[in-house]
Write a protein that binds this ligand. Structure first.
Ligand SMILES: Nc1ncnc2c1ncn2[C@@H]1O[C@H](COP(=O)(O)OP(=O)(O)OP(=O)(O)O)[C@@H](O)[C@H]1O
Length: 319
């Protein structure tokens, strides 16, 4: 096998539901051992892309290759797919679940035993293999789900929102598992709405919008390209801004980030700016709970892209 080949290569992919094109010439490459974060607003087409890569939706154009070989309905041997929903038998133990999946994927008894041992270690669930799935917490169920997806040692692992609804400790544990799998050489495609998670885990991320992935790159590079050395200034108000107050905030460059209580802007910042800002807010009668200054993250970039898209949509509306 040629180690230089990407785990996943997607070229000019087009997928359509009826007359509606959802993927419009999408390109994507994930290297072996890389964790790539697939980001995008609801309905952008992340699930459609995953289903197309897994050979479950036939594209109307373009190509998908895993380790240089085109995908087909039979490519599941090279892909491990971890869906959002837990797909396990609750009354069986974790071990029994993995054995069922091993046999279903065509492994014989001794191959299954070896695969369960390997996947159990890789997903770090050995201590829980004997427990019934219905008694496991959400985080452990997700690990078993991951183990079930890697029994056949795929080249590409696709995870769709792997940490939704799990607590912080379990989320951190899942991050360690995902990193470990990438270190074993799998290319990982991680679809997530959790931008902190993407920033922590992924060497590259891409925003799926308007049917293509753009921008894409390392989180640091993308954030620097968008904001340079600017800082994000965040104000949390004690009471919602009145209409004139909201207009004053907007004139000062702030935009609401989460309802009318939270406002943010990018700018140069030092102690003086914050003092001036505090006085200006008091003069305007705005009661602040907190003013924070922080380095922008992927969430700031996501917000900027969403705002740009909303502005573009407004500007394209007929007057
Ligand atoms: N089977 C289908 N038939 C018709 N339209 C569909 C079908 N599945 C999805 N769509 C539409 O295609 C678009 C992309 O959907 P998709 O589920 O891929 O988005 P997503 O990015 O995964 O969203 P989310 O983050 O909410 O899961 C949406 O507008 C959706 O309504």
């Amino acid at each position: 096998m040629n180690e230089a080949l990407p785990a996943l290569q997607v070229l000019d992919l087009r997928t359509r539901y009826g007359s509606r094109e959802v993927l419009k010439g999408l390109n994507l490459q994930v290297a072996k051992g890389e964790i790539f974060g697939l980001l995008g607003p609801n309905g952008a087409g992340k699930t459609t892309l995953i289903r197309t890569i897994a050979g479950r939706i036939r594209p109307v154009g373009g190509a998908v290759a895993i380790m240089g070989r085109p995908v087909s309905r039979h490519s599941m041997r090279r892909i491990g797919l971890v869906p959002q929903e837990i797909a396990l038998y609750p009354h069986l133990t974790a071990q029994e679940n993995l054995e069922v999946f091993g046999r279903l994927s065509g492994l014989n008894r001794s191959q299954t035993q070896e695969a369960v041992r390997w996947a159990g270690e890789a997903a770090d669930i050995e201590a829980r293999l004997g427990e019934r799935v219905e008694h496991l917490s959400g985080g452990w169920k997700r690990r078993v789900n991951i183990a079930a997806a890697i029994l056949h040692r795929p080249d590409l692992l696709i995870l769709d929102e792997p940490t939704v609804g799990v607590d912080v400790d379990a989320r951190n544990g899942l991050h360690e598992v995902i990193k470990q799998l990438s270190h074993l050489g799998m290319g990982v495609l991680l679809a997530t709405h959790d931008l902190d998670q993407a920033e922590l885990l992924c060497s590259r991320v891409g925003f799926l919008r308007h049917g293509v992935i753009a921008p894409h790159g390392s989180p640091r590079t993308l954030i620097f390209a968008a904001f340079g050395n600017q800082r994000e200034i965040i104000i949390e108000l004690r009471a919602a801004a009145t209409k004139p107050q909201a207009e004053a905030l907007q004139r000062a460059g702030f935009a609401p980030s989460n309802g009318n209580l939270n406002w943010s802007m990018m700018g140069e910042s030092n102690e003086r700016t914050v003092q001036d800002l505090t006085s200006a807010l008091e003069r305007a009668g705005l009661m602040t709970r907190e003013i924070r200054v922080r380095e922008p993250g992927l969430d700031s970039l996501f917000l900027r892209l969403s705002r740009d898209a909303a502005t573009a949509a407004r500007e394209s509306e007929p007057a």
